[in-house]
Design a protein around this ligand. Structure first.
Ligand code: SF4
Length: 275
């Protein structure tokens, strides 16, 4: 199973459920109407680039090889160059540009590489795509786990790679629904009888770059809550309920702002306000 293929057919995912809850019009613009994005954020592109570097590192480790820091840097430079050089659709945040992120990426990866624990976990999978169905939802839940490992006791460790502008709080990690979804997926895909630990490997883009590993677990109650929420989201989607949450923090960096304004201020808006 490859995630890009799974994405071709209607589906839900941890991120799409989250997006629907935060702004269902944003969900509709991107995932149903498939409108072209007005821009791509530098944070998104940079995060994707860092993700590819970590994927390459663990692919080499899985083959019994450990990339040197120099090789990590070289891979990053090559990937960033390939992804971002000359593109005018990337919107850079204040103070950032192609070159500054090229420099910063190396420092960030140095912080990650030097703090990464030298564990002896066995790598079971990298970018492990999954798809499963839940009763009451007509389309599959899909996603991919960045890294699946196993320790010497047989415990499964599922890791998600993150690039973040700040450190996470304990509550954020303990309540994150992406990790909950990974646990549900793991249980549905062969790890039902195993103890499961969840982890964020977070490269933090503070002025002095940092790396933190955040560990957490999920209970069956956590799973039930997310499944209930997924059903409510599907109910809203299937009934065509899409509400613009135009006081959301997401509006400032929304890549569908023009389409959203046209929707809110267009004919449908006029009709509603004249009633
Ligand atoms: S601009 Fe705000 S309200 Fe409009 S689609 Fe984007 S996030 Fe939603």
């Amino acid at each position: 199973m490859v995630l890009s293929e799974l994405r071709q057919t209607p589906h839900l995912s941890a991120s799409s459920i989250n997006e629907y809850v935060e702004c269902s019009l944003l969900y509709k613009c991107g995932r149903i109407d498939k409108l072209p994005m007005e821009f791509k954020s530098d944070a998104l592109e940079f995060g994707t680039c860092i993700h590819r570097v970590l994927e390459a590192y663990y692919s080499a480790k899985m083959m019994g090889d450990r990339m040197l820091l120099k090789e990590v840097h070289e891979f990053f430079v090559f990937t960033w160059l390939d992804m971002a050089r000359g593109r005018d659709d990337i919107r850079y945040a204040d103070g950032n540009d192609y070159n500054s992120l090229l420099m910063f990426g190396r420092d960030l990866l140095t912080a990650w590489y030097t703090k990464l624990p030298d564990d002896d976990f066995t790598i079971l999978a990298i970018e492990e795509a999954f798809s499963f169905n839940l009763p009451g939802i007509d389309i599959p839940i899909i996603g991919a786990m960045d890294l699946v490992e196993q320790d010497s006791c047989g415990t499964i460790i599922i890791t998600d790679f993150k690039t973040s502008g700040r450190a996470y709080s304990k509550d954020e990690v303990d309540q994150n629904q992406q990790l909950t979804m990974y646990q549900i997926a793991a249980k549905q895909n062969g790890y039902g009888n195993r103890e499961i630990l969840l982890r964020f490997d977070t490269l933090i883009k503070t002025k002095v770059p940092r790396f933190e590993q955040y560990w957490t677990t999920r209970t069956e109650l956590d799973e039930r809550r997310l499944i209930k929420k997924a059903r409510q989201v599907w109910d809203g989607i299937s009934k065509g309920v899409f509400v613009a949450n135009d006081t959301s923090w997401k509006c400032k960096g929304c890549a569908y702002k023009k389409a959203c304004d046209a929707y809110l201020e267009g004919e449908e808006y006029d009709q509603a306000s004249n009633q």
